[in-house]
Every structure is written in C-alpha cells, then in structure tokens.
Design a binder for this molecule. Structure first.
Ligand code: MF3
Ligand code: CO
Length: 260
C-alpha cells in the first residue's frame, strides 16, 4: 500500500532531506586519494547526530554502518572499511537520514582525484538519467514512465541497468511502496499522485547488467568487475508539481571544480 503524505508531512520531510543533502556536502570536502571509507562513515555519523538526525542505515536489518560505500565495481550496499580511496576511483555514497519522524534517502557518486574519460562519462550519464527520470515523474504519469525514461537514456549510450535493485517509496520508513525500477515499459505501474514521495535511483553499469551479492548478504558488485555508478534523490509529488526534496547543491558548493 502506498502511503500518501499530507502537505504538512511533506513539509516535515524537507527536514531530513535538507540534513542528508548537507551531510553529502560535508563528505564531499573529504573525498580525495588517501582517505579511508571508514573515516567518511565516522564523519557522516557525527555530522548527522550533531544536527539532530539519526543515521537510519546503521542497524537497519543488521547493516553495520551509516554509509553504503560503492567503490568502482561495487553497485550498492558496500561496507565502510580500512580501504583507502585512490586516484581514479569512483565512490558512490548512499545513505538515509531520519529526522522529525521521517526519512530521506540520497546517493552521489564522487570522483576521487582524476577519472578516466570512460568513468567520468558513466557518472555523467547516470546522473543525467536521474534527472530524466525526475522529468518523467509528473503527476498523472506512471512509475513505468520513470523506469522507461531512465532505461532508454542509459541504454542508448550503451550502458546497462541493474534490475535486482530498485528505487522505492519513502516516508516514516526507508522503504515503502511502490518499487521504482530502472527498467520497464511506459504506462505501467501505479499512477503518480499528490502526496507520493519516492526515491529515484538509477544504478548503471559500464559493462553487463549482471551482479553478484557477497557472502555477507549485502555488498553487491558487477559480475564482470566493470564500474557501476549510482545517483539518487528523494522526490515528492505536491499538487500538480514534482519537487526534488534532496539537493546536490551543497556538493557543488563544496567541490565546484570536481563536480561531475
Ligand atoms: N538507498 C539504499 C537503499 O534504498 C539505502 C540502504 S541503507 C541500508 O537500499 F541500510 F539498507 F544499507
Ligand atoms: Co534508496
């Protein structure tokens, strides 16, 4: 069942959305060759707690950290570790923040140092596809319209879409109905209507779409070991407009030269 939010609830959801956006903006300053992913996790946890939020991933179904860390071929749900980020890596940082009883979910794939043109193009296309998906998320449209828009945009550029993981509704819980797949047909699925809040999150592979899940049951990587990129916003349908509650503006302000 889809929980439609009242206008007041959507106003409240701006609070965690603001905090998660600022958290990724803070992390942006630290992402460079030589930093460990555990250090990033500590910075994020402290920043969220200092600002009255709760790191919602920490302890969620046993997830051990504040951040999901996605280096190169990791698609989603990687654990922070002693791994040191190196020049040329891409690192997706995906997290969920709870504040005032509601959640916001967001992901950004950062460049560590200088990227190969191929990795940079993958990130650029994936991020563009997120905005293409948001553009398709018009009140009255269907979830399949988002899925199809994202898929078509990426596959035209010879990338492949991860199918096992999807976007989702969000609210008082991290994952609510409906699912928001990154592939599919136009005109199918639930209709977008006033009060719906969804996370759109294309996960896009440079090689084949196949993935493998690590024995820990969380970490998901590409089967061919080629890179994968991931961007995500929390998006609300408010009356007859679509509002992106999260923002990459703080990231852009923090790293204007390295902003992909
Ligand atoms: N954006 C991720 C998702 O929707 C956040 C997962 S948090 C975790 O799956 F705790 F489940 F890892
Ligand atoms: Co999500």
């Amino acid at each position: 069942m889809i929980y439609l939010k009242t206008p007041e609830e959507i106003e409240t959801m701006r609070i965690p959305a603001q905090l998660i956006s600022q958290t990724l903006g803070e992390l942006a300053k630290w992402i460079q060759p030589g930093v460990s992913t555990r250090k990033l996790d500590t910075i994020a946890r402290e920043f969220i707690l200092d600002n009255g939020g709760k790191p919602a991933c920490l302890g969620y179904e046993g997830f051990p950290a504040t951040l999901c860390i996605e280096v190169n071929e990791t698609v989603v749900h990687g654990f922070p570790s002693d791994r040191i980020l190196m020049d040329g890596d891409i690192v997706g940082i995906d997290t969920v923040v709870e504040k005032n009883g509601f959640m916001a979910d967001m992901c950004y794939t950062f460049a560590v140092g200088t990227l190969s043109p191929e990795k940079e193009a993958l990130c650029r296309t994936t991020k563009e596809s997120l905005y293409i998906g948001i553009e398709a998320a018009k009140p009255g449209a269907r979830i399949g319209d988002i899925s199809n828009a994202v898929q078509t945009y990426c596959e035209k550029r010879n990338y492949s879409m991860v199918r096992e993981m999807t976007g989702h509704g969000i609210g008082r819980r991290m994952h609510e109905s409906p699912e928001v797949p990154n592939y599919g047909r136009r005109g199918i699925g639930p209709r977008l209507q006033n009060g719906m809040v969804i996370c759109i999150e294309p996960m896009v592979n440079m090689g084949s779409r196949n993935i493998v899940i690590a024995p820990n049951g969380w970490e998901c990587r590409t089967r061919d070991g080629k890179p994968s990129a991931h961007y995500e916003h929390t998006v609300a349908i408010v009356g007859d407009s679509t509002e992106v509650l999260t923002t990459f503006d703080y990231i852009q302000q923090a790293i204007p030269d390295k902003f992909i």
